[in-house]
Design a protein around this ligand. Structure first.
Ligand SMILES: C[S@@+](CC[C@H](N)C(=O)[O-])C[C@H]1O[C@@H](n2cnc3c(N)ncnc32)[C@H](O)[C@@H]1O
Length: 274
């Protein structure tokens, strides 16, 4: 603990890792995991939605080596093979989810390395020559220190390599689809985290199951952009989208006249020299 009893970065990421590991049996027991394995066995499969597919296709992905940070069970990373890219390395600190990743890669017949590590403490020999670094839905919120996260991510890229971030829009995080009035903001856009929870982490809404304390951070759009710039990334484009890439609960915010931004895509290039 730090002097004011706020956990330090390592304590928070370690607690988050334990919560992810403890949640894995729930994911494995659900119908989605077997369905995913079946799709992988059936041949070329992709879990990438249209937006992420189009973004990656726009980078001429053929033969490009992709690293994903917070790859979970590798379903998205392995999917880039269908676009002709090379799913080269998946990084995640949850051993339990990387075990799923190994199984999924074997089922898909796709070769991919997985590295079990905290992104804030990557081994010194981690390669730093990837063409594309992927950060997708549900990763930024687990990062207590955005600047260090983006710096570590940029460090994985070769000069000229591209960051592709496809994440929840921070404005959406002000709303709770399960609240009595889901359209009243539940929190300030400028609230300082973390949100501390103890629920198991699932993709299909709330659960009674517990997984130990975890720490969630909502990073403002300005902070995300600034952290990219400070990490030596030149922003190519930032697109805000009206569609959802969240759990089904969030569909209540889709297709409205007064539409909230729901997710965003940010593409940036690692500067040749700093
Ligand atoms: C919501 S999941 C990503 C899911 C992915 N977008 C998908 O759709 O399959 C977030 C992942 O980030 C990982 N993670 C969180 N903090 C991390 C850290 N400090 N280092 C490495 N991985 C981390 C978690 O273990 C988890 O697997």
């Amino acid at each position: 603990m730090t002097s004011d009893d706020t956990p330090g970065l390592t304590e928070m990421t370690e607690a988050n890792r334990a919560a992810w590991d403890a949640s894995e049996p729930l994911h494995r027991a659900g119908p989605d995991w077997q369905a995913l394995l079946d799709r992988a066995r059936a041949g070329k499969f992709s879990t990438l939605d249209e937006t992420l597919t189009e973004t990656l296709l726009g980078l001429s992905p053929g033969g490009k080596r992709v690293v994903q940070i917070g790859c979970n069970n590798g379903r998205e990373l392995l999917s880039v093979a269908a676009l002709g890219a090379v799913p080269a390395l998946g990084i995640d600190h949850s051993r339990a989810f990387l075990d799923q990743g190994e199984e999924l890669a074997a089922a898909a017949g796709v070769s991919c390395q997985f590295l079990c590590a905290d992104v804030y403490a990557l081994p010194e020999d981690t390669p730093s020559d990837f063409d594309i670094a992927l950060v997708t839905i549900g990763v930024l919120g687990w990062m207590p220190d955005l600047a260090r996260f983006l710096s570590a991510t940029a460090g994985l890229l070769a000069p000229g390599g591209r960051l592709v971030m496809y994440e929840t829009h921070p404005f959406l995080e002000m709303f709770d689809p399960r609240a009595e009035d889901p359209f009243s903001p539940r929190t300030s856009y400028f609230a300082e985290g973390p949100d501390i929870g103890d629920e198991a982490i699932t993709y299909d809404g709330p659960t009674e199951a517990k997984a130990g304390v975890s720490y969630w951070f909502v990073h403002r759009m300005g902070d995300i952009v600034t952290a990219c710039v400070e990490a030596g990334l030149v922003i190519d484009h930032l697109s805000e989208h009206p569609h959802s890439n969240r759990e089904a609960d969030f569909d209540v915010y889709c297709d409205r006249d007064a539409q909230l931004p729901m997710c965003f895509t940010l593409v940036a290039t690692k500067a040749a020299r700093r």
